[in-house]
Design a protein around this ligand. Structure first.
Ligand code: UGA
Length: 305
């Protein structure tokens, strides 16, 4: 089958494109290679993949013969206050609206990568999908807007869309602005890590291979209109994640305490009952195994540099 993966040079997108290719599918990758982080890393992610440079906010997706679109492209990161908001609006809302319209007209199913950040500081933990969304970051607001756009295009134009709310995905190639990527890099280089807050904030950390499994299962088996949390089974605090990485690496992390970052939630905990029930997905990678894989990946890169 033929699939489009938008954001194919990104962290989750490159893993997904590789997996689909390994399964024998024809994969057309799309990426605009924005400079949100070092473009060289994206070029490295895209090596061996077919990735076309295209800005979805202004250019059209080619969907002839395509069975499904995994729409992962977007402006990421919850620490998103300030004038950067225009980029969030453009790369999330404007671009996704165009993708949804093209897909609806072509009758092509879309799996859209949304975010746990749409919940903000949630009313319930673990958080099921019907919890009231009340994002506290501009980023989360644009992701929620994208979800609503998908729903509007489903209602008005018959778009077949499935929304996946990813919870803090980690693993090899993780975006360099994210916590685990910074921690393993700091450990490998003997550099300090800036911890925002006291480390008691917690996350449903989700290993990237599990995130990829969830996307493929949703494309294959989810009912149109479904909205699912895709989150790791074990919630951990930042302190616990740091302790685990110190144990795994056999090194001590130098911590620099910084104020809590605006837009950061205190806690995420995914209730994944719905996706388990409907498509049989659940996270299977224990946190220690995933952190070990990311540590080895980062340590090898630092050693080779
Ligand atoms: C992550 C992604 O960055 C978002 O794109 C995604 O949408 C979101 O997960 C999600 O779950 O929806 P976040 O949970 O903030 O957002 O992930 P990290 O950047 O890895 O941060 C985890 C925690 O570590 C946060 O409390 C953050 O404040 C902290 N952190 C991060 C630090 O203490 N220091 C840093 O240098 C970076």
């Amino acid at each position: 089958m033929k699939f489009v993966v938008t954001g194919a040079a990104g962290f989750i997108g490159s893993h997904l494109a590789e997996r689909l290719s390994a399964q024998g599918h024809d994969v057309a990758g799309i990426d605009s290679f924005t400079d949100y982080y070092d473009v060289a890393l994206k070029e490295e992610n895209a090596r061996g993949l077919d990735v076309q440079r295209l800005d979805l906010a202004v250019e059209d997706l080619e969907l002839d013969g395509v069975h499904g679109v995994f729409h992962l492209a977007g402006q990421p990161g919850v620490r998103s206050f300030g004038d950067v908001f225009d980029e969030y609006v453009n790369r999330n809302l404007v671009a996704s609206r165009r993708v949804f319209e093209r897909a609806a007209r072509a009758g092509v199913r879309v799996v859209f990568a949304s975010s746990s950040s749409i919940y903000g500081d949630a009313e319930r933990y673990p958080t099921p999908e019907d919890t009231e969304p009340r994002p506290i970051s501009p980023y989360g607001i644009t992701k929620l807007g994208c979800e609503q756009l998908a729903r509007a295009y489903a209602q008005g134009f018959g778009l077949e869309a499935i929304v996946l709310r990813y919870f803090t995905v980690y693993g090899p190639r993780q975006r360099p602005d994210m916590a685990v990527a910074r921690i393993v890099d700091a450990l490998a280089r003997g550099a300090p890590f800036e911890l925002y807050g006291d480390g008691s904030q917690s996350r449903s950390f989700t290993y990237v291979a599990d995130a990829v499994d969830g996307a493929i299962a949703a494309m294959e088996r989810a009912p149109a209109g479904a909205v699912y949390n895709v989150g790791g089974g074990a919630e951990a605090t930042m302190r616990e994640a740091i302790d685990a990485l110190e144990r795994i690496s056999g090194r001590t992390l130098e911590l620099l305490e910084r104020p809590v970052a605006k837009g950061d939630v205190r806690r995420t905990a995914a209730d994944t009952t719905a996706i388990a029930r409907d498509v049989g997905w659940r996270a299977t990678t224990p946190l220690d195994d995933g952190l070990q894989a990311q540590w080895e990946w980062a340590a090898n890169r630092v050693a080779a540099s």
